[in-house]
Design a binder for this molecule. Structure first.
Ligand code: FE2
Ligand code: FE2
Length: 236
């Protein structure tokens, strides 16, 4: 537990973090392909592009989160947040396999997915988060994790339901495991993070977490196709 004299800091700084999370949702909704996800009309190419790019960052989630947690422990700081990071690394384990499975059911082999070009957004996302995990302020990773879990709680389940309801993508009912699973899980994950982040009063950590959330808000929406252009391995 932190000092009681600064107990007002918790709700105030979490409100700023929530503002970043809502900003990310708005920035994602503003992307043409994400708005098509929201009304269920996204075409197969756009959905495959989104899943392939998601794979190329989600495959690194476990090492990014776990290494940040272990480094925080080595630095002797915030043991409860170190435990949270390590726990979240375990929660993310295997989610890349859901993406490969969804993509396989859309006609994309693992080899095609592995060979696909990473978008600049994915390169920035993985580069930034590996940097903060291994060399920056390690608690920063929680800022990215928080806003993405908030997005997931707000959008993933809805996207899965609308895609299935519209049925514009052949075999879609076998290709929404990643979205459906995250929509179901991440509401609890957001609540848990709020509880553990509320007592944090260290200005350096708060700033690092908020800055990382802003980077995610800037970078993540660009994993979607730009005006329909795509660089994914097309299903045959
Ligand atoms: Fe995940
Ligand atoms: Fe989660």
């Amino acid at each position: 537990m932190q000092t009681q004299t600064e107990h007002q800091a918790g709700p105030q700084w979490l409100a700023v973090l929530d503002e970043e999370a809502r900003g990310l949702v708005a920035a994602v909704d503003a992307r043409p392909d994400a708005s098509r996800l929201l009304d269920g009309t996204l075409d197969p190419e756009g959905y495959i592009h989104y899943l392939v790019q998601t794979y190329h960052y989600a495959r690194w989630s476990t090492p990014i989160l776990a290494e940040a947690g272990h480094r925080l422990n080595r630095l002797g700081r915030h043991p409860e947040l170190a435990a949270l990071l390590i726990q979240k690394g375990e929660e993310e384990r295997g989610h890349d396999r859901w993406l490969l499975s969804d993509l396989k059911n859309l006609g994309c082999s693992e080899q095609q997915v592995e060979a696909a070009a990473r978008s600049p957004a994915v390169e920035a996302y993985t580069g930034w988060n590996f940097f903060t995990s291994r060399s920056g302020v390690p608690t920063a990773v929680l800022g990215t994790a928080y806003v993405l879990e908030y997005l997931s709680q707000t959008r993933a389940g809805v996207w899965a339901e609308r895609l299935k309801a519209v049925g514009a993508i052949p075999n879609i009912h076998k290709a929404v495991t990643f979205l459906r699973s995250h929509g179901a899980l991440d509401g609890d994950h957001v609540a848990e993070m709020q509880r553990l982040l509320a007592p944090l009063t260290d200005p350096e950590d708060q700033e690092a977490i908020l800055f990382s959330a802003r980077v995610a808000r800037s970078v993540y929406p660009r994993i979607f196709r730009e005006d329909g252009a795509s660089s994914h391995p097309r299903a045959r």
